[in-house]
Design a protein. Structure first.
Lengths: 225, 590
């Protein structure tokens, strides 16, 4: 027969966690037992670590759409004219790869600082500035590449091959500019000693992804144009 | 190191509180208001079209105000009919069916249901709404600029979408505004996904495992994953269309195309390319509109059945399967596009397979409802209505999934009836159900139940009176997208069209009851208690309306699965997720 429980037994929150049912937020450690917000903040993992993958996935899908459009467009007609990629693109590639290295150096120094270790050989900010400079050089280099193509008479609408070249490199450059904005944000936060490691990590992931994306684009354009 | 559950304090100024609010609840209400306005506009446009279809020469007073040359004397031209049709489809699919069940309810309730005090990136969330709002304004602006909005249909097929003004009214500036509006909408929804996904994965309260999330939260999470993939493809497609217009590129217009005696300057573009890009978004979009409804309806039904669904897990897996399969079936929209017949076969198979998770969902609902003592209220009635529409519209999908039948029916009203029932009306019923269910929490007042039930019955019967005859029309060969039916074989069908138009006018008018109920209850409704439906999930454990940080500074701890109904506890036949009380289920005692 059904009975009303007058004094409900309390469940020990810890026992839920021990049941292997991924309590405590399930995905990662989230909130301590007493539910106090400020304590919670101390222990919460940064949503930016998930969010950055959301951003990278969206960018991947966008370039996947451009890639499939390029392949379909090239195969659908005989008007595709190939052209040689401006050689400065290879130099720009080196710049972007170098900027990934400098950012990684900076990220490790920040990690060391936050871990209480003494900084070795220069502040992290210096390496961030170098990364920023290299990123700006890359965008400038891309502009030089566009100028060279224009000088050859290859404009956006000249041929589908040049259309896709400008479209994909410009879209990539815009995303690199977004990454530069992220770097400036990180530098400002670092100068105020208010930088979260998660913010730097997210920015670094984005920046490295820009490098990988560029390598992919270069390969695609080199093969298809 | 501090991570961020919320970046903002309580709002202090009017602008920060009601306009550029960072609070997910206000943003959710803003999305709801946008969807409401969009739905009224879309419905008005459908009225104009229906009146014209039934009484072709009838003048509609005031129609001239919407167009320069499209309605001389209030009688619409064929081109203006197509412009209205395009805008009706675009407004309804994007700014109502995506905006209301996903962005509006999801924004308001997802953080509360997972036990967070806000989305992780409130500024992006605010941008998400305002970018979407701007997209709507840009779309509406096309009514009042140039020669009106585009007439190419909500699918904007190439090459018509890229040929420019030579293609007809609205094919110049109208298309550019359409593509810009949709690109903005995509950005808004991507920003939404950027918040929804980390909210679900990272901001859950202690004890809130993934399987303890309510079905509505699961639905929003799955939808945000779908949106992330779909809108990230539609946006570049829109950019390509705009470039074909303004930069002289040739992505979508083939060589030597002559239109209206003009040789177009484009060369070599692929018309099929647009269809591939569009439908890769377009079919998942159907599920972006309907999956939140599945979650909302399940959530409502469980609360009113006072027992959980037969299988919580299988429902979640089915929604996930719908999401994954939705990307593999998009080619079934292109059976008549001239693509390789083997491709049709390849797309036909997953299209039939996708009926399996849909069927499983319906069977779980049906058998869970069987023998339950369902509490009949406006919310549960609309939930039942959702199932009815979903099944009725879904059954015709079996026919259309087969290329040989689809080729016959594709350009007819059969397809129009199919997608209006399964995607349009069903999703609308989900929105209505969600509104009646959650209004007390959103507005702090109860809606009028009697008016709600009248609204349901008029909408339910009305929707069937409108859309069931569409199937008959389609099988009788009634071609869609025609503004008048002058052919001999279509003449006898005009009587059916008149019946549909009368039904549409009455059903549309019934929505005004809902509007009245919504506005009247907002200001003069009975004050709502914190938990009027005796429900278990976290949104009902907060005060009504919830404070700006949802839980008053204390994050909840979750002890139970989301749907602990049919139990015996100190409060009744349910235990809230936040209650540490340990209870026995009724069937445990037997």
């Amino acid at each position: 027969m059904a009975t009303t429980i007058h004094q409900p037994p309390q469940i020990d929150p810890q026992s839920l966690l021990d049941q292997g049912r991924s309590g405590n937020g399930g995905w990662r450690n989230l909130v301590p037992a007493d539910g106090d917000l400020r304590v919670a903040l101390d222990h919460s993992p940064p949503p930016s670590s998930t969010a950055i993958y959301v951003v990278l996935f969206a960018i991947t899908m966008m370039f996947a759409a451009f890639t499939s459009a390029l392949i379909v467009r090239k195969g659908s007609s005989l008007d595709w004219q190939t052209f040689t990629l401006p050689s400065i693109l290879y130099f720009n590639t080196l710049l972007l790869l170098a900027s990934s290295v400098t950012l990684e150096v900076s990220r490790r120094r920040v990690a060391a600082l936050m871990g209480g270790l003494k900084s070795q050989g220069g502040s992290p900010a210096r390496w961030l500035y170098i990364t920023l400079f290299l990123g700006l050089l890359f965008v400038g280099g891309q502009y030089v590449a566009w100028s060279q193509l224009r000088a050859e008479g290859l404009y956006l609408a000249t041929n589908p091959s040049s259309s896709f070249f400008y479209l994909m490199t410009a879209t990539h450059a815009l995303h690199v500019l977004g990454g530069l904005g992220g770097l400036i944000y990180v530098i400002r936060k670092l100068s105020k000693s208010a930088l979260l490691r998660s913010q730097l990590v997210a920015t670094a992931r984005y920046w490295h992804f820009m490098g990988i994306l560029w390598l992919y684009l270069l390969l695609l354009l080199w093969m298809k144009l | 190191m501090l991570a961020h559950a919320a970046h903002h304090g309580p709002p202090t100024s009017f602008i920060r509180k009601y306009v550029f609010s960072l609070d997910h609840k206000v943003i959710g209400k803003q999305y709801y208001a946008l969807a409401l306005v969009a739905a009224l506009v879309g419905m008005a446009l459908s009225w104009f079209m229906r009146i014209h279809l039934a009484w072709t020469s009838a003048a509609i007073p005031g129609l001239q105000l919407l167009t320069k040359n499209g309605a001389p004397g209030g009688v619409m031209t064929p081109e203006f009919y197509l412009q209205l049709m395009t805008m009706h489809g675009t407004i309804m699919v994007f700014f109502v069916l995506t905006t209301a069940p996903f962005a509006a309810f999801g924004n308001f309730f997802l953080p509360i249901q997972v036990g967070a005090e806000d989305m992780p990136f409130p500024r992006f969330n605010m941008m998400s709404f305002w970018v979407t709002f701007t997209g709507f304004v840009v779309l509406m602006a096309s009514f009042f600029t140039g020669d009106g909005p585009t007439l190419g249909g909500w699918t904007q097929y190439a090459p018509l979408n890229a040929v420019g003004p030579v293609g007809g009214p609205g094919q110049g500036l109208g298309v550019i505004l359409w593509a810009a509006s949709i690109a903005l909408f995509c950005v808004g929804q991507l920003l939404g996904s950027l918040n929804f996904i980390p909210t679900t994965l990272d901001l859950r309260a202690k004890g809130m495992s993934l399987m303890r999330l309510p079905l509505s939260a699961w639905a929003w999470f799955i939808t945000s994953c779908m949106g992330l993939t779909a809108f990230a493809v539609l946006m570049p497609a829109c950019i390509l269309v705009i470039l074909d217009h303004v930069a002289g590129t040739s992505f979508f217009v083939a060589s030597n195309l002559v239109m209206n005696d003009q040789l177009l300057p484009h060369s070599g573009g692929s018309t099929l390319l647009w269809q591939h890009l569009f439908w890769f978004f377009g079919h998942p979009e159907v599920y972006i509109a309907i999956v939140p409804g599945i979650g909302i309806v399940s959530h409502i039904l469980i609360t009113n059945m006072r027992k959980p669904m037969l299988s919580h897990r299988v429902l979640i897996y089915s929604m996930g399967a719908l999401a994954v399969l939705s990307y593999m079936v998009y080619g079934h929209h292109m059976f008549v596009s001239g693509m390789n017949p083997f491709s049709s076969l390849a797309f036909s198979f997953p299209t039939l397979v996708i009926t399996i998770p849909s069927t499983i969902v319906v069977l779980i609902w049906t058998f869970s409802l069987y023998g339950s003592k369902l509490r009949i209220n406006s919310a549960s009635l609309f939930a039942l209505g959702f199932i009815s529409m979903f099944v009725s519209g879904g059954v015709s999908g079996f026919f259309l999934a087969q290329p040989s039948i689809d080729i016959m029916l594709h350009a007819t009203y059969f397809v129009v009836g199919h997608f209006h029932l399964v995607m349009g009306v069903a999703a609308m019923f989900g929105i209505f159900g969600g509104t009646y269910f959650w209004f007390p929490k959103m507005a702090g007042r109860m809606m009028d139940e009697t008016l709600g039930k009248i609204h349901f019955w008029l909408s339910f019967v009305g929707a069937y009176c409108i859309f069931m005859p569409f199937h008959y029309l389609g099988m009788a060969g009634n071609v869609r997208r025609y503004s008048t039916f002058v052919d001999d074989f279509l003449q006898p069908l005009i009587r059916v069209h008149r019946f549909i138009t009368v039904a549409a006018l009455i059903t549309g008018a019934a929505q005004l009851i809902f509007l009245y109920n919504l506005i009247h209850s907002r200001f003069w409704g009975k004050p709502a208690p914190d938990n009027p439906w005796e429900a278990t999930s976290l949104e009902w454990s907060t005060p009504t309306p919830p404070p700006w940080d949802n839980f008053g500074g204390k994050l909840p701890v979750v002890y139970h699965d989301p749907y602990q109904y049919g139990v015996q506890s100190s409060v009744g036949d349910y235990v809230m997720q936040t209650s540490p009380e340990q209870v026995k289920k009724e069937h445990d005692e037997k």
